[in-house]
Ligand binder design. Sequence first.
Ligand SMILES: [Zn+2]
Length: 365
Amino acid sequence: MSIQQGRLQESPLQEAPARISGKLRAAALPGTQRTTGKLLATQGYVVGIEISGSGARQSVALADLNGTILQQVRRPLEYVLDTKTVLQLLDGMLAEVMAPDHLQDGRVLRVGVAVGGLVDAAHGVVRTLHHAHGWDNFPLQDYLAERLDIPCIIDNNANAAALAEVQYGAGMGERVVLYVALGRGIGGGMIINGRVYHGTTCTAGEIGHLLVKENGPKCSCGGFGHLEAIASAQAISRTMIGLSVEYPETEAAIHRITGARAERITAEQVFRLAAEGDRVAQRIVDDVHTYLGIALANIVHLINPGMIILGGPVAQAGDLLIVPLQARIRDLCLPAAGEDLRVVQGRLGTEANIVGAVTLALQDI
Ligand SMILES: [Zn+2]
């Protein structure tokens, strides 16, 4: 059953009053805050969608207006083939979570999408999805809004996760927060007074491409010496495997910790091997602390956050990452900028992106 059929036959959407987006509503009533819409919405649901560039995480969630996730489905892909495959997959997942018996309390008011790529949030367009084809300048927001007949909002996944951590996780009550997503790539989201700071062309927070090491390793974007090429999960694992070839002891340690599947070594395991005394792992971890420290100290001087939240797989290393990193940042910062700064691990873990997608939708009502 397609979503279209399901909606037309059974969903209460048909009786819903004429929809008007928060933006239009605010524009129509001069002086009215966008939050006015929230007061009007006392029942119903929102849907969150997570699309990752690597394909590893594709999920859809149905949440109530308090942000509690009621239904969730996940369909990981080996890799993202093209738009058609992903959109078909989404169709199936949306039909599942939006089944009529899940919508007893009303209709779905908004759909929020967290996309693991460059997103023009102002126009609802996916600029590019690294490692995937057919997504360049894809108008995902309009596509979904038309297909579902529900207003939709899209943003980059690090921005969405940042919002989620400030709303429900480690950053509650913080006014200026930098969220750093240390995954396959490195993303960042800045939340200022409860809102994502997007910049002029929606690329604010793309901290993976900060130049931290002249003539450093090649980045996914084609540049050299970018933070992502040194401190992302992929860079850490790849460097560890590459260097271990010359060090039999390290090779044996990798063999042991991965159960003989060296190619699967995670960044967290590299941190553990470093803590156990492996010299190669220590070198890699030291580079991560150094260059991540430089990047974050520079950002601290620019935006003066009260908190830096670390998310994504590399952050699973916990204190092994955070304690030395916080010390490096303090060393590099003016006391007035670094003294009260807290560097913490995200509380939402691997759910940050999907909770972020739900939060985007809720914030837009
Ligand atoms: Zn780059």
